[in-house]
Design a protein around this ligand. Structure first.
Ligand code: BJW
Length: 249
């Protein structure tokens, strides 16, 4: 079913054509068209099938590290087999259109960098990396054994995915950098996120306070749809290429 109901306001195109500082923030929705499940969509979201508190918290890992490691391995394989979609590719084109473009993502799937974006700020880590659960150091390689999760070759601690779980801090400096970019943006695009997870969900307020033009792209309007200058209701893989085409004229 096509849920698109968007018209691109000519004023938005004018603003984008003259803008140099543009920030795009993405969430799981942009990868939905690459067949990667979102978190909270009612029928398909990961958390309609799994309980986050059993999987995406440090407490869950302490309780059952094998279950958590295997869930992330399953998701890693899903992501490794996926391909970037037209929404990801449109953001690569946007990076070349604006003098200062920053892509902030809550996603851990590497699809933006695989599509070709260079200026990507990952707020919630990356599924393809592992780190030691004792000291947080990234671990590139470890000896293959039957141990699940594998052990850190330096200290013997359990390895875990290098992602940000509930109650954990974002990577050092990432939030400050994202907030600074939002505060100085001329246009802030919020794409494919339910805007419920903090602190990412509040970044848009820096842009609003700066008087930036704000845009939400989502087939299902979120609680921020009334706040933004333009709410474009449709899938990112349709709306973003349309936006790029309109900017090019
Ligand atoms: C489409 C589409 C298509 C579908 N095109 N769109 C202030 C108030 C209350 C609570 C807190 C607070 N500050 C901090 C907290 C606690 C907590 C929090 O936010 N809780 C909320 C649930 C209330 N935050 C934290 O703990 C954060 N840490 C932190 O703040 O540290 C300091 C601190 C610690 C302790 C106390 C206080 C402060 C860390 C958050 C880490 C989030 N981690 C996860 C898992 C990452 C690893 C993994 O992948 O497993 O990140 S949770 C999960 O949610 C994942 C996502 O990045 C994140 C956001 O989800 P997202 O991307 O928005 O996905 P969905 O599924 O929710 O939405 C998809 C959207 O796409 C939908 O709207 C669809 O309609 C749309 N869509 N198809 C476009 N084709």
């Amino acid at each position: 079913m096509d849920t698109s109901a968007f018209e691109i306001n000519p004023q938005l195109i004018q603003v984008l054509r003259s803008a140099s500082k543009v920030v795009a923030m993405t969430g799981a929705g942009i990868s939905a068209e690459s067949k990667i499940p979102t978190f909270r969509d009612a029928m398909t979201g990961l958390w309609s099938r799994f309980r986050p508190e059993e999987l995406a918290t440090p407490e869950a890992f302490a309780r059952d590290p094998k279950l958590v490691w295997e869930w992330y391995r399953w998701r890693y394989e899903l992501v490794a087999a996926a391909e970037p979609n037209p929404g990801h590719h449109a953001l690569v084109e946007m990076e070349d259109m604006f003098a200062e473009f920053l892509l902030i993502t809550q996603n851990v799937d590497s699809l933006h960098t695989r599509a070709g974006n260079k200026r990507v700020l990952e707020l919630h880590g990356n599924l393809s990396r592992s780190k030691c659960s004792r000291d947080g150091q990234v671990v590139e390689q470890w000896p293959e054994t039957d141990q699940v999760p594998p052990l850190c070759p330096r200290c013997g601690g359990l390895l875990r995915p290098d992602v940000v779980w509930f109650g954990e801090s974002l990577p050092t400096g990432a939030l400050e950098k994202a907030a600074d970019a939002a505060l100085h943006s001329e246009v802030f695009l919020s794409i494919g996120t339910s805007s419920v997870v903090e602190p990412a969900a509040s970044l848009i307020y820096y842009a609003v306070n700066n008087g930036s033009t704000t845009v939400e792209i989502n087939p299902n309007p979120t609680s921020q749809a009334g706040l933004v200058t333009h709410a474009l209701q449709g899938p990112a893989g349709v709306v973003l290429p349309a936006l790029v085409a309109a900017i090019k004229g």
